[in-house]
Design a protein around this ligand. Structure first.
Ligand SMILES: Nc1ncnc2c1ncn2[C@@H]1O[C@H](COP(=O)(O)OP(=O)(O)OP(=O)(O)O)[C@@H](O)[C@H]1O
Ligand SMILES: O=P(O)(O)OC[C@H]1O[C@](O)(CO)[C@@H](O)[C@@H]1O
Length: 604
């Protein structure tokens, strides 16, 4: 700290002490109304703020004079004074630290650094964000420039700044930005400090664990999700559309509601449409403009208030209708099929150079979307599936040779079956599409179930609906029928196993009592649990932040528990669907807890 500065601080410090004392001595009457208290609070925070930015001496002097005649200023003065004193002391303390840092030993410096960080916390600022960035006139432009640069190793998410040619780059200070803690009732913006926004170069790493011969450089970097201080869109010009596609999933209504709430209350967007029954709703049905009443309490409901469907994707028709309604944001909630649709729409929007941001919010109870940690609704479905296994357990334990057989959803991936098995700890066999198995023979599933019945008199089997694809030695096949989206319709592997297990017992002279529980849609139609609701809220709010910033052609998701924007290309890569792998810890846990062997013959 320079000498002159030190002198000035000392002078100011003296003045503040006098200031507080004066208020104290002159005060006679206490504040006697809440309104007054509120006014003081606002005033105090303003004064504080001003003090940090410019010289307040004339102002303070004025207040001092006022205080001689107006006793009500006592509380305000006291708080201002003590606040100022604290800040001055902190500044002096920091300055002292700097000095020591330059001279001190490594140990001292570290200790001082730790103290300094505490000080920084007191000030509620973040010294990791350089001043040039915080003060940049368009922080979004900086970020986009960086993302577009050849040297940037963060996976690029397209932004409308680049996609849409325009005379002037749009730049709107985020309505979320506010300098004080003061906030109007009924939400509104103005509640985030500078440091809460995401700036240039912030990313999330794809790998949380680095093994031998691996380095961080091999890890993919995804743009960090979150609000931007400067946005591409003026909220008043935003018109948004929300659509839900594919199968149902717990949490859809939470996401719909939260997208609405964030757009409406936080950003001040007033035109938000709900599209009925999936992609075809864009051109086949009247568009419903959503209002606050429409989304009231829907977070408590299963399903989707908008309705959903499979099939009906018509790219040109959909984009024509987006243009017709003047849409600037499209939020699509769906699984892998929906995301391939989003990609096709994004390409069409891009080729027409439209000012539309299109965003995916990944949804599927199967949890088979790549890259992201987990899809919303999955945990709720697992929780429901555990109830089915619990029933199977009770049934099986109340019969002499009792088998409880549970079939759970999971077309290509057995995550629900695996995690429900892990959570219940009641199952003895879990069959998923990812791992081939034999039914017959000495090492087959049927013999294993029989042996367990002989030894323990009960056996609980969990099977994923797609596991029929993994049977090596049985005459089990699907009809070849497809649903409207082109997905293969699966035959009932549960019913098939039921017959095989009972027949096998008969052949061995054992009367098996088998109860087949097939909860099918019950696990995906329930409302989201607390964990999923929180997740849905995070996804929805961050989808909105991304779209407001002009990012497009991305999906929002957690990677290593941090939210990021993932380019659609990554999500839609052919064959990238998430599957259980033998090296997955969760699968290893399953093998450890069920004790199930490999059902493969040696030659397999
Ligand atoms: N390759 C594709 N291109 C464009 N649209 C597609 C594509 N595949 C699927 N869609 C459309 O996406 C929507 C949802 O697809 P789908 O029925 O496969 O569900 P999903 O999104 O995969 O969700 P779920 O996990 O519930 O199956 C449908 O309207 C379908 O027509
Ligand atoms: O009967 P629907 O609606 O086609 O849904 C069944 C499919 O939806 C999913 O839940 C999600 O894709 C699959 O597990 C299941 O095969």
């Amino acid at each position: 700290m320079q000498k002159t500065n030190k002198k000035t601080y000392k002078k100011q410090l003296d003045r503040q002490i006098t200031f507080v004392l004066l208020f104290y001595l002159k005060s006679k009457k206490p504040i006697n109304s809440n309104k007054q208290k509120q006014d003081y609070q606002i005033q105090i925070s303003r004064y504080h703020h001003r003090f940090f930015k410019k010289d307040l001496e004339p102002q303070i002097k004025m207040d001092l004079q006022k205080s001689l005649t107006d006793n009500k200023f006592f509380v305000a003065g006291l708080a201002i004074g003590s606040g100022l004193i604290t800040s001055l002391l902190l500044k002096q303390f920091n300055a002292g630290e700097e000095k020591v840092e330059r001279k001190g030993s490594l140990k001292t410096v570290k200790r001082k650094e730790a103290k300094k960080q505490r000080t920084v916390f007191l000030h509620q600022t973040d010294n990791t964000i350089p001043k040039e960035i915080l003060n940049a006139s368009n922080t979004l432009m900086e970020e986009v420039k960086n993302l577009e640069s050849r040297t940037c190793n963060i996976l690029k998410v397209p932004n409308l700044i680049i996609e849409v040619p325009q005379d002037e780059i749009p730049c709107y200070l985020s309505p979320l930005y506010g300098e004080s803690n003061y906030r109007e009732v009924f939400g509104g913006g103005g509640f985030l400090p500078d440091t809460a926004f995401v700036y240039t170069g912030s990313y999330v790493l794809s790998d949380a664990v680095i093994g031998k011969n691996q380095s961080l450089d091999q890890s993919k970097r995804y743009v960090r999700a979150g609000p931007r201080k400067h946005n591409y869109f003026d909220p008043q010009q935003v018109k948004a559309a929300i659509v839900t596609c594919g199968g149902l999933c717990p949490g859809l209504n939470v996401v719909i509601r939260e997208i609405f709430m964030c757009l409406y209350f936080n950003y001040g967007v007033r035109t938000i449409y709900g599209i009925k029954y999936g992609y075809k709703g864009f051109y086949q049905y009247d568009w419903q403009e959503l209002n606050v009443k429409d989304v009231k309490e829907i977070q408590r409901l299963g399903g989707t208030i908008l309705g959903s469907s499979r099939g009906g994707f018509d790219k040109d028709n959909i984009v024509d209708n987006l243009v017709k309604h003047g849409i600037t944001h499209v939020y699509c909630l769906g699984g892998d099929g929906t995301h391939r649709g989003i990609q096709a729409l994004f390409n069409e929007i891009r080729s027409r150079k439209l000012n539309i941001s299109i965003v995916g919010i990944p949804k599927t109870i199967d949890n088979d979307i790549p890259i992201i940690d987990k899809s919303f609704g999955f945990e709720t479905s697992v929780e429901e599936a555990v109830k089915a296994i619990q029933s199977a357990h009770v049934e099986a334990h109340c019969a002499e040779y009792g088998v409880g057989l549970v079939r759970l959803m999971g077309r290509y991936a057995g995550f629900i079956a695996m995690e429900a098995t892990n959570a219940s700890r009641d199952a003895h066999v879990c069959l998923v599409p990812e791992f081939k198995f034999n039914l017959y023979g000495e090492q087959g599933v049927l013999e294993y179930v029989y042996q367990r019945l002989l030894a323990k008199r009960n056996c609980i089997v969990v099977v994923a609906e797609g596991a029929g694809e993994a049977v090596l030695d049985a005459q089990f096949s699907n009809s070849g029928e497809k649903d409207a989206s082109g997905n293969t319709k699966l035959s009932d592997i549960g019913a098939f196993l039921q017959k095989e297990i009972v027949d096998y017992g008969k052949k061995k002279g054992m009367e098996v009592t088998l109860k087949y529980i097939n909860p099918t849609y019950m696990i995906r139609t329930v409302p989201a649990n607390a964990l999923d609701r929180k997740m849905c809220t995070q996804l929805a709010q961050n989808a909105v932040h991304g779209a407001m910033a002009g990012f497009t052609g991305f999906t929002v998701g957690h990677v290593n528990n941090r939210l990021c924007y993932i380019p659609l290309d990554e999500i839609c890569k052919e064959g990238s669907g998430r599957r259980i792998k033998a090296e997955d810890r969760a699968w290893q846990r399953l093998l450890a807890s069920t004790g199930q062997p490999s059902f493969l013959k040696k030659e397999n």
